[in-house]
Design a protein around this ligand. Structure first.
Ligand code: HEM
Length: 179
């Protein structure tokens, strides 16, 4: 009995559709054209603009630097600008106006900027002199200076990518040399 009722309902729906003329070949073609143009408008347009607007950034290769290998990253010849703060190497190329050649803070480019930032000083003796010696242990900094340094670090972490770590030449040799 159920089967008969089901069958009758099915036939009724088909007759209604046929008499309303929904399933004609012309309507099928029109529906296909409509679907195609909707697809072209929304999907293809969106994906091509996505491609140009959201080009993936170049991959960041995290490396270990020493004061000497960091030195060339001073922005000369349109190259990248890096500096280190308490062992973290930041890519500050986006702040080229500050740190690049001729910028007000170009003394920090390619260097360990920790002490200079902590003390708010551009003096030469703020920078590690012996590039093959130990890193600046930041001895002798007061509470205010350490707080100032932390403030800078927080700002840089928000603004720039960390692209590596800074270690002394000795530490670098120990980690990569023959065991
Ligand atoms: C006469 C004193 C100074 C003036 C007028 C000055 C002015 C400025 C200005 C206008 C900015 C841009 C702020 C922004 O747009 O975010 C800036 C940023 C900065 N300043 Fe100074 N500054 C002075 C001293 C110093 C000193 C003594 C240091 C450290 C040694 C320093 C380190 C920096 C750094 C690291 C930035 C941030 C750049 C960045 O966002 O990457 N400034 N300064």
């Amino acid at each position: 009995m159920d089967y008969v009722e089901h069958r009758m309902a099915h036939e009724a729906v088909r007759e209604a559709a046929d008499s309303a003329g929904i399933l004609t070949p012309l309507n099928a073609i029109l529906a296909l054209i409509l679907l195609y143009s909707l697809h072209a408008t929304f999907f293809r347009g969106a994906s091509s603009s996505n491609r140009s607007l959201h080009r993936p950034p170049p991959p960041v290769v995290f490396r270990t630097y020493t004061p000497r290998t960091l030195l060339p990253f001073n922005g000369e010849n349109d190259g990248p600008v890096y500096f280190a703060v308490r062992g973290r190497v930041f890519d500050v190329s986006r702040g080229r106006n500050f740190y690049g050649p001729g910028g007000p803070y170009s003394n920090f480019a390619g260097r360990d900027a920790s002490r200079g930032l902590a003390c708010g000083s551009f003096d030469e003796e703020m920078l590690t002199k012996d590039l093959d010696g130990p890193l600046d242990p930041l001895d002798g900094l007061g509470r205010d200076e350490l707080e100032a340094l932390q403030g800078w670090e927080e700002r840089f972490l928000e603004k720039y990518d960390v692209v590596g770590k800074l270690v002394s030449a000795h530490e670098y040799g120990e980690s990569t040399g023959p065991k």
